[in-house]
Design a protein around this ligand. Sequence first.
Ligand SMILES: [Mg+2]
Length: 244
Amino acid sequence: MTLTGVFFDAGNTLLSLDYAAIVDVLAGEGFPVTRDEVWGAECRARVRLDPFLAQVEVRESREVFSRYMRYACEEMGIPWSERAERVLGRLSEINRRESLWRGGAMPGAREVLAGLKGKGYVVGVVSNSDGQLETLVREAGLAGSLDVIIDSRVVGVEKPDPRIFHLALERTGVAPHEAIYVGDFYSLDVVGARRAGLEAILLDPLCAWPQLDCVKVQDLFQVSSLVLPNDERRTPPGDRLTPA
Ligand SMILES: [Mg+2]
């Protein structure tokens, strides 16, 4: 078996949250927090949100976004209050109007995508998004390295439904067993990709997730090291990617 395609989630995998905007909104309501505090809280909020994502019907919704941001606030030690409600309202408004995923490319995203593409791999993004994915990816300077961009709003199906992964594979001519998928939510990214027949890697920057039955990495550079160890392209990923 040959690995030919590497596909990625968008939010928190290739695209960063706009931490500056979040810090601003929080400061405006009297919550002085740093970018790193928001980042740490958000990493922990993901783990708490995951069981909810596993059972809701629609993932790209205002309800999911609100819960995600509420958990992040709680993880920053911001108790639920009128002011916290205003923070949530303001963040929802920014996300609706211009997206909160305008923080640019995640560390390593440009280099890793370009490196994989340069070695001849098919590279793509599969995301639960709101129709803005292509614009965001372009603004982050990543579009040139991507062979396919799949936005759930555009195609009408969301992760973890295997059909969204199959769309990316069909459009690029990659077989499921020749592909891996990298994302930051276990129930959407790992479970979904596996249902579609791909191998999966969980991005867990702060080691915030419990022991899981999948490979975990802390950043995209580690993905690159797993896929391209000494550029041995012909080794099947299953032989290298032992569960963490
Ligand atoms: Mg994500």
